[in-house]
Design a protein around this ligand. Sequence first.
Ligand SMILES: Cc1ncc(C[n+]2csc(CCOP(=O)(O)OP(=O)(O)O)c2C)c(N)n1
Length: 435
Amino acid sequence: MKIPPKELVAIYSTMQRIRQFDQKTKELFEAGVVKGTAHSYVGQEAIAAAVGANLRDDDFVASNHRGHGHCIAKGADLNRMMAELMGRENGYCRGLGGSMHIADMGLNILGANGIVGASMPLSTGAGLASKLKGTDQVAVCFFGDGGSNQGIFHESMNLASVWKLPVIFICENNQYALSTSYRQTTSINQVAKRAASYTIPGITIDGNDVVEVYLTVREAVERARAGEGPTLIEAMTYRWGQHSMRANIRDPRPKKEYENWTKTRDPIKRTEKQIRSQKATTSKHLKEIDSSVEDELATAIDFGKQGQKPSVDMMMSAVYSPHANYTEPGPIGDRELSMPEALNEAISQEMARDETVFLMGEDVGATGGIFQVSKGLVDKFGEERVRDTPISEATFVGCGVGAAIAGLRPIVEIQIFDFVTLTMDMLVNQASKFR
Ligand SMILES: Cc1ncc(C[n+]2csc(CCOP(=O)(O)OP(=O)(O)O)c2C)c(N)n1
């Protein structure tokens, strides 16, 4: 099976845009123009580009700290990305977030992410929104081999499997986390084997081969759109740069291994070879693509340079979200209700009024929650909108955050207040930043 020629050339172009973007970013970082830090995607381009080629504009992508490639492949604007990296007001987050906060809600890019593994619960939420709305959008989440050792990896795969969510988990196994080899930290030789525990397909592929990535992802996307649930794809690859552009820690990778991957398995060279063997286009056309990407990047850098630096006022206003004024809807009256009864009535009224409202949590369905807050709601609104969750607080709260970003109004019950601490990343680092 082959990639259609036009598609293959488009993928090549995306790969060039990703590579040149990150090469320029590194130069600008070293010159002090790009602020904070950034993690280069060079070497892994085949994965993002071939995944992106399988997605529709309305599909969701949740990314990680090495996120430039994912964002570019989903259509993010290079000008606004570059401006963000430079810390300018015309950037994606008005220059306040930097590399790991680039997001574009208009393109359903749920964001790069500084928290290893956070993309996974968020993408289950986007997948759940798609399922509840009855669209056939899919959600892709990218994470590294390091991310696959997070608890939320296991929780998210379990949740996506039991709810048959349209999520494609893409583990970019570049074989090293920050400075540790996955062989040292991971209990299994291939991450994809973990899919067996969640009764979903798990496939290990050559992540530097666009054809293999494209065809594998295509099948996973088809399965997800058809309501057949999630897939775990482990794409073996290698990052060419150090862990981050700061490059201030030891690089543990053996020279021979490094040379083998960078010299003989360059994904762009391999794609060029594929293009030649399929006669998909001419060498002249490829050169034209390369130089038009150079121009595009020069424009992006100019765009960034023209942006203002954020003002102190702007920074302060970004710390708290605007306070919504609240007025009591009517007289309080003299009917006495216990707190669970009042919550039950309010949730019921909102669910009747607005079909985007749904409830999830531990034992909230037929049991009605251990404090009976959701008593009777499953009978009124059905199991799709009143959902019993597995005991996975971090993930079902993250799922709620993802579903909210994707346009629903989830109510998530935490069974006992003490369990809230398990959800802190999803509330403090994730939910609070989506505005
Ligand atoms: C929760 C959390 N723990 C630790 C870190 C620090 N950190 C950032 S990236 C990284 C390595 C991640 O490795 P992997 O998931 O394999 O992705 P890769 O960098 O190889 O692309 C670490 C430890 C973090 N950002 N978030």
